[in-house]
Design a protein around this ligand. Structure first.
Ligand SMILES: [Zn+2]
Length: 108
């Protein structure tokens, strides 16, 4: 049961692992944002903490060497976007610093 206090417009409410944003709440029920907002939040690849969507740092990872390229930083390496790429992985700001220092992906 979610307390009424938390159902103010703009508030995030967690239900069954989904984060919903309240648009409107009244006696007749609660209106939440559209399906695009129903995605589960991203978790840090290194520490598995839930990430603030505005502070996620994405690293593209080389599938063979685990080398990383920080999205939109500098010139992409030759393997970025090729079949050698394992795709992009989300990190929180603290763990992103560790990844930059290590020069490779860090996993939980
Ligand atoms: Zn982390």
């Amino acid at each position: 049961m979610i307390s009424k206090k938390r159902l103010t417009p703009g508030a995030n409410v967690k239900i069954n692992g989904y984060t919903l944003q309240v648009v409107k709440a009244g006696d007749m029920g609660v209106e939440v944002t559209s399906v695009e907002y129903l995605d589960e939040p991203e978790h840090c690849t290194a520490c598995e903490r839930e990430l603030n969507p505005e502070r996620i740092v994405w690293f593209e990872m080389n599938a063979r060497t685990f080398e990383v390229w920080e999205e939109n930083k500098g010139t992409p390496p030759a393997w970025a976007g090729t079949e050698d790429s394992q795709g992009c992985f989300p990190y929180g700001p603290c763990c992103a610093r560790k990844v930059r220092k290590a020069g490779r992906a860090i996993f939980a």
